[in-house]
Structures are given as structure tokens and as C-alpha cells.
Design a protein. Structure first.
Length: 126
């Protein structure tokens, strides 16, 4: 019985460590200016998880962060190209439209990410 309690305690500590690491990455992503969000999204993608609730949060927040990062990168690319070429060529307009679509997709998951992050904070006392 005692060994079983030790195993449960170790698993619980590991899950809390995973949750803390993930919440820290989410907070860094959310606090970052748009120019830095793609790099913070990449860091969020690298956070390891084994606890089902932690992994569910990561998956939800990646649904917000990954398309947002893709859209912001595309916007930066278009802005640089527009600065270099002058008037907006058609391919840049199409890229801008794609970036806007990616951003809208990411923004659609922000509230769910926030809600699940808060629930995980409460579960683990983070």
C-alpha cells in the first residue's frame, strides 16, 4: 500500500511539473508582442506532456497558437516584400488573405485555451 502511495505522489508531482511548464509557455506566448509570438508558439509546441489533462490543454492552445504564428509570419513576409517591391502584387494580396484566415482560425481557439489554462492552474495550484 505504501509503495502505491509513493507512485501516486510521484506521478502527481510529474503532472504538476508538466502543467507548470506548459502554463509558463502559454503565458509567455500570450504576453509576447506579435513579432515574438511565432517563436513563443514554437516553444509551446516543444513542451512535453504525458498527463491527459495537460496534453489536452496543450492541444487546445496549439490550435490557437500555431495558426496565429503562421499568420503572423506570413504577414511579416508580406510586409517585407511590399516594402521591397512597392505596390501590392497579386501574390502578396493572396498571401495577406491567407494570413488573415490563419489569424482568424487561431483567434477562434483563444477563449478555450484561456478557460482550460485557468482550470489547470486551479487543479494544480499554479
Amino acid at each position: 500500500m505504501r509503495r502505491w502511495l509513493i507512485v501516486v505522489a510521484l506521478v502527481s508531482c510529474h503532472a504538476k511539473d508538466e502543467a507548470r511548464t506548459l502554463v509558463k509557455a502559454i503565458d509567455a506566448y500570450r504576453a509576447a508582442p506579435n513579432d515574438d509570438k511565432p517563436a513563443r508558439a514554437d516553444e509551446l509546441d516543444k513542451v512535453a506532456c504525458t498527463d491527459p489533462e495537460v496534453c489536452a490543454l496543450k492541444d487546445t492552445c496549439r490550435k490557437a497558437a500555431d495558426p496565429t504564428a503562421r499568420g503572423l509570419r506570413t504577414q511579416q513576409e508580406v510586409a517585407r516584400a511590399a516594402h521591397d517591391t512597392g505596390p501590392y502584387p497579386d501574390d502578396l494580396a493572396a498571401k495577406w488573405k491567407s494570413a488573415s484566415s490563419d489569424l482568424a482560425e487561431g483567434y477562434g481557439f483563444l477563449e478555450e485555451c484561456r478557460t482550460k489554462t485557468e482550470a489547470l492552474r486551479q487543479r494544480f495550484g499554479i
